[in-house]
Design a protein around this ligand. Structure first.
Ligand SMILES: C[C@](O)(CO)[C@H](O)COP(=O)(O)OP(=O)(O)OC[C@H]1O[C@@H](n2ccc(N)nc2=O)[C@H](O)[C@@H]1O
Ligand SMILES: Nc1ncnc2c1ncn2[C@@H]1O[C@H](COP(=O)(O)OP(=O)(O)OP(=O)(O)O)[C@@H](O)[C@H]1O
Length: 292
């Protein structure tokens, strides 16, 4: 299934590289590893809402970031960490100046930082001609964050392990109304919450397809973050809201764009929202194919 390109997936300039958001359409936590990371089962789908990145190769090997993000030290920015990881893994003598235009809320559960990192790895592997294949890029991606590999692979997926064991899936590509409550959720805090459900019984992709779409972070996040609770209560009037990842963003599913936009028109003005199309193939893959 291929969705038509919507305005949000259209590059602001031809040289721009997309870093799309993901939604976790379900999320079960089935255990905890000795290193503290949680064993998950999740379904990832991309949406056509993107950050946009520009890369300008430098001959002097330096890594630079234009316009650092508020509250994120340059060396901690996931684009910088991704560029350094690729440089160190390949011994590439080239550097880069990166510009990142953020559209995805930080701490929103949309995987924005992870997607920025993946786009940096994929784009620089092309621009620096470092020649890593997809598996090698995914291996470099995982230490940057559990969500980074799915953005490298670029296909909607059933995810297991910490989210790195990925099986591509072909899902319906509905429209989503995504609400972005005015708060940022720390993934680490949610995963360390004493009341988090950590012992769900393993499910199957068939369970999800049959309609089971729980998120084991839902109760803890709704209780801990009142703006998320407000957004979920509002979505109750529109068929019910779901949490992506550890939040803060919540979403509802619609058959078509018109219905999603109708619901959005009723959304309280205090709540930021956007309408997006589900995508089984990341716009990053299309961008890579353009270069081939
Ligand atoms: C919640 C999800 O977004 C679902 O897709 C991801 O599992 C989170 O992925 P992410 O933000 O890339 O996570 P990371 O940057 O690797 O980890 C942030 C923090 O979340 C916790 N963490 C993350 C993933 C995981 N499977 N178990 C965890 O316990 C760890 O305490 C870690 O310190
Ligand atoms: N390029 C970046 N964009 C966004 N956040 C970044 C970036 N680099 C580092 N970060 C840090 O990562 C944190 C998480 O950002 P992100 O937007 O990916 O959250 P998220 O959508 O909740 O992620 P996830 O769903 O993967 O948990 C931010 O609060 C910020 O401190």
């Amino acid at each position: 299934m291929t969705a038509p390109v919507s305005p949000d997936a259209t590059p602001p300039q031809p040289q721009a590289w997309p870093a799309p958001a993901k939604l976790n359409l379900m999320l079960r936590i089935i255990g905890r590893r000795p290193d503290g990371y949680h064993e998950l089962q999740t379904v990832f789908q991309f949406i056509d809402r993107c950050d946009w990145l520009w890369f300008s190769v430098r001959d002097d090997g330096q890594l630079r970031l234009q316009e650092p993000l508020p509250g994120v030290a340059t060396e901690e920015d996931l684009t910088m960490r991704a560029a350094l990881a690729l440089q160190q893994a390949t011994g590439c003598p080239l550097g880069v100046e990166i510009r990142c235009q953020k559209h995805l809320p930080m701490g929103g559960g949309l995987g924005g930082g992870s997607s920025d990192a993946a786009t940096t790895l994929v784009a620089l592997n092309h621009l620096w001609k470092t020649g890593l294949d997809e598996d090698a890029l995914a291996a470099l991606a995982l230490p940057l964050g559990a969500d980074v590999p799915v953005f490298i692979r670029g296909r909607a997926a059933w995810g297991e392990g910490v989210g790195e064991r990925l099986t591509p899936v072909d899902l319906p590509e509905p429209w989503y109304l995504v609400l972005s409550p005015p708060c940022s959720v720390s993934t680490r805090e949610v995963f360390s919450h004493p009341e988090l459900t950590r012992d769900s019984s393993p499910a199957t992709l068939a369970d999800f397809i049959a309609g089971a779409s729980p998120n084991d972070c839902f109760d803890v996040v709704r209780r801990t973050y009142p703006p998320v609770a407000t957004a979920l209560t509002w979505l109750d009037g529109w068929g019910g809201g779901r949490l992506t990842g550890t939040g803060a963003c919540v979403f509802a599913v619609f058959e078509n764009e018109k219905l999603a936009r109708e619901a959005q028109a009723h959304c309280p003005t205090s709540m930021r929202s956007f309408v997006a199309r589900g995508l089984n193939q990341s716009p990053l893959l299309a961008r890579v194919h353009q270069c081939a």
